[in-house]
Design a protein around this ligand. Structure first.
Ligand code: PMV
Length: 353
């Protein structure tokens, strides 16, 4: 008897140009394009095993050992359904292929970091889910094609199908067929940028990205300005900065975009606060660190960015990281949760089948 099982893992990605706002909530089509860096190493990853078996009665999923309901018409159900549809195409082309698309699947996923604490667990989670089903079903799909499906699980997940520097192009088609992730540059193009994650709090976040985005789209005039007047130019400029390995420009745009994302949250009615006093202190520290460098004729040396939570991600060239960690530890001597600097990069790699 054959066993049909595959495991894949995917890392977290942290956006430099933030996705915030949906123009289609069912298909998860964004109101602006976004760009992120996929983190490497083992610290922030989801690892997912999928198994198809004729004896399974229904699709089931366990997240960190606890069973999650797969709601009909929900995001998990959509991703599984779409992956089975792609499998059927394989089976229709080759009659010898086992009819896995007709079997139920059992899926087991683990995050090695706190879930839903603004550390993008849904991004790595849905990317690993889609990657594991793609491996199970032996799909000939490219990462961009898989990103179309991961996007329907969680928007930012589409970017975790690639390592390195990744853009999610918002697209214009109403069916979402051109709203996908593309590689801007592989990690090897600019490998010496590292990311330091400062876990300010690992509590579950107060306002989910889904409800926060919806409220922002409905109430924030600043968001309308951002998506029309600001993001398109920033997307072009940060891609130029990455291709030119220009950290000064990369850092400036990354910090500006984090600031505007949080301004848009504040412009939401009622307002949404994701950062706390520690987050703001870290902004002040990085700002001062950069100010001194520029005053001495240098360039920006670090960039902070914050997602929908209080945790800081600091991007910096590797050679500055020791100094940055020392500075943060000096200001927060009680800090025990600051992780090692992570090297960037990582892809949704299939680990076995
Ligand atoms: O994909 P979601 O629904 O978890 O939204 C992610 C939103 C941000 O992390 C705040 C920004 C981004 O582009 O990742």
């Amino acid at each position: 008897m054959s066993i049909y099982q595959a495991t894949a893992s995917a890392p977290v990605n942290i956006a430099c140009i933030k996705y915030w706002g949906k123009r289609d909530t069912k298909l998860i089509l964004p109101t602006n394009s976004s760009l992120s860096v996929t983190l490497d190493q083992d610290h922030l990853r989801s690892t997912t095993t999928s198994r198809a078996d004729p004896s399974f009665e229904k699709d089931r999923l366990w997240l960190n050992g606890i069973e999650e309901e797969i709601k009909e018409g929900g995001r998990l159900a959509t991703c599984i359904r779409e992956m089975k549809r792609l499998r059927r195409e394989v089976e229709e082309k080759d009659a010898k292929e086992p009819k896995l698309s007709s079997y139920a699947v059992h899926i087991c996923s683990r995050n090695n970091f706190p879930t839903a604490a603004g550390l993008a667990s849904s991004a790595s989670g849905f990317a690993a889910l889609v990657a594991s089903l793609a491996a199970l079903y032996k799909l000939p799909a490219t990462p961009s094609q898989l990103s179309l499906i991961a996007r329907q699980g969680s928007g930012s997940a589409c970017r975790s199908l690639f390592g390195g520097y990744v853009a999610w192009e918002m697209g214009s088609s109403p069916d979402g067929s051109d709203s996908l992730a593309i590689e801007v540059a592989p990690q090897s193009h600019w490998p010496d940028i590292h990311a330091l994650i400062c876990v300010v709090s690992d509590d579950k976040k107060g306002t989910s990205s889904t409800s926060g985005m919806q409220r922002t789209v409905e109430t924030s005039p600043l968001l309308q300005h951002r998506i029309k007047e600001v993001v398109p130019a920033r997307m072009a400029a940060i891609q130029r900065a990455i291709l030119a390995r220009d950290f000064d420009a990369f850092a400036r745009i990354t910090m500006q975009d984090s600031n505007q994302f949080h301004a848009v949250c504040l412009d939401t009615d009622p307002p949404i606060f994701y950062m706390n006093d520690v987050s703001r202190t870290i902004i002040a520290l990085i700002t001062e660190y950069n100010r001194v460098s520029v005053a001495n004729g240098g360039t920006l040396k670090a960039a902070y960015t914050y997602d929908a939570g209080p945790n800081a991600v600091i991007y910096a060239p590797k050679e500055n990281m020791k100094e940055i960690v020392a500075m943060i530890v000096k200001y927060f001597p009680q800090a025990d949760a600051f992780k090692d600097p992570f090297q960037l990069f990582g892809a949704a790699g299939v680990e076995g089948s």
